[in-house]
Design a protein around this ligand. Structure first.
Ligand SMILES: Cc1cc2nc3c(=O)[nH]c(=O)nc-3n(C[C@H](O)[C@H](O)[C@H](O)COP(=O)(O)OP(=O)(O)OC[C@H]3O[C@@H](n4cnc5c(N)ncnc54)[C@H](O)[C@@H]3O)c2cc1C
Length: 377
């Protein structure tokens, strides 16, 4: 593919932001968008909506409800689908090495590149901190492997009285622990937070509320680091060992290793550094949004909400760049509404230090989440 014409715009990953880009391209007049050769590199023809997975675990949704099929959106946007995974970006050569199970390895050239491939759990790094985790842990990421992973967990637990652990005290870990409690009321559920209280990135008042919800739902919180995992136990930093049949790994995501080889300017944690146009600091023809990107003008949380919010401005700036027009700066909001499912058809809503909880919040969250999936279907 190296000798072929470069793509005018190459989109890597079908993350939240790129769904908006596809939607924006679909809305352009056909003769306008047909001037550009645009392709999407994605290993999967569906995108899972992570916000709804705790609801799936708790038994409120089936797999289909949490899944966005991409074919229609791709067809309507006139974008070429490359069913492959991006393995490497060479920013100076403006090429991406991709690997597809059908097509094998190829180098794809681009004029403009946009990256929205999300974060990864670096298993090698985690194994150094938690020996045994790669062998005995069930990893929440890559999210696309979630349904087969869940089938294995369900088969392992069945109706038995097991001890379940969730490693990771962020929003995903808290929601998963609460959902597992709902799904298996007969089991012990443990949440290992690494030393901080649950939701340590949120204000104190919200942390205390989350702790109260976890207590109400009989989730045992261990505010300690996990230092080892075996087939039957987890070990904590105080050297105590606890029975554990299933451990779900929900630690925060890191930057993929291929970014370090790309030649792109990264932030201190290895994420792709972008400016107010969601544009690389070192290579203006490269854009990024979502968990893989790091805005240099402020510390914004890595979340689906921020990824989705960046999608509209990213889409507009990509079209402006394609047309050679001036781009528009985008400032993410300093705070957004947080919606945490409590598993029992209640939800915890947060706005800065304020919080509310109840069944009404779950109904609202349910409506918003379903609307997101339907919008992009
Ligand atoms: C269980 C759970 C619940 C969550 N709940 C919430 C919530 O309620 N609210 C909230 O704001 N956030 C929530 N999050 C966090 C949120 O899911 C992430 O922050 C968000 O998904 C990041 O979006 P993104 O667009 O950066 O990438 P992602 O959504 O991670 O999408 C990346 C896409 O890129 C693809 N991809 C990956 N690598 C490659 C590659 N090399 N080549 C090509 N394609 C690739 C993937 O297949 C995927 O489709 C939750 C996370 C989890 C795990």
């Amino acid at each position: 593919m190296t000798d072929a014409e470069p793509f005018d715009l190459l989109l890597l990953g079908a993350g939240h932001a790129h769904l908006h880009v596809l939607e924006k391209l679909s809305a352009l007049p056909r003769d306008e968008r047909s001037r550009w050769l645009v392709a999407l590199v994605t290993p999967h023809s569906v995108a899972l909506y992570p916000n709804m997975l705790p609801g799936f675990v708790a038994g409120h949704y089936d797999a289909d409800a949490c899944t966005i099929g991409l074919h229609r959106l791709i067809e309507q946007s006139g974008v070429q689908l490359l069913s492959a995974r991006a393995m490497d970006v060479d920013a100076s050569a403006r090429t991406v090495k991709v690997y597809g199970t059908q097509s094998g390895q190829a180098d794809v050239r681009y004029r403009l590149l946009s990256v929205n491939t999300g974060g990864v759990i670096d298993r090698v790094q985690l194994e150094n901190r938690i020996p045994g985790v790669t062998e005995h842990g069930h990893f929440l990421r890559p999210i696309e492997s979630f349904f087969p992973l869940w089938q294995r967990i369900e088969a392992q637990i069945g109706d038995a009285e097991r001890q379940l652990a969730v490693i990771g005290g962020g929003a995903a870990g808290v929601e998963m622990a609460l959902a597992m409690r709902q799904r298996w009321p007969q089991c012990g559920v443990h949440l290992l937070t690494g030393g901080d209280p649950p939701l340590s990135d949120r204000p104190r008042r919200v942390q205390r509320k989350a702790q109260a919800v976890l207590e109400r739902c009989r989730v045992v919180v261990h505010p300690m680091a996990c230092t080892g995992l075996s087939a039957t136990h987890f070990t904590l930093s105080d050297d105590t060992t606890h029975l554990c049949d299933v451990a779900l790994i929900a630690v925060g995501s890191q930057a993929p290793r291929w970014l370090a080889r790309s030649g792109l300017t990264l932030d201190g944690r290895g994420f792709l550094a972008v400016n107010v146009y969601q544009q690389s600091l070192s290579h203006p023809e490269v854009f990024a949004a979502g968990d893989i990107a790091s805005r240099v003008d402020g510390a914004y949380p890595r979340s689906g909400t921020y990824a989705a919010l960046a999608g509209g401005p990213l889409a507009s700036n990509l079209v402006s760049a394609l047309k050679g027009h001036t781009m528009t700066p985008y400032t993410p909001p300093p705070r957004t509404t947080g919606w945490l499912s409590c598993g029992d058809q209640r939800a915890l809503v947060t706005w800065g230090p304020w919080h509310w909880e109840g069944p009404w919040a779950w109904r609202r969250k349910d409506k918003l989440d379903r609307a997101f999936v339907v919008r992009f279907r």
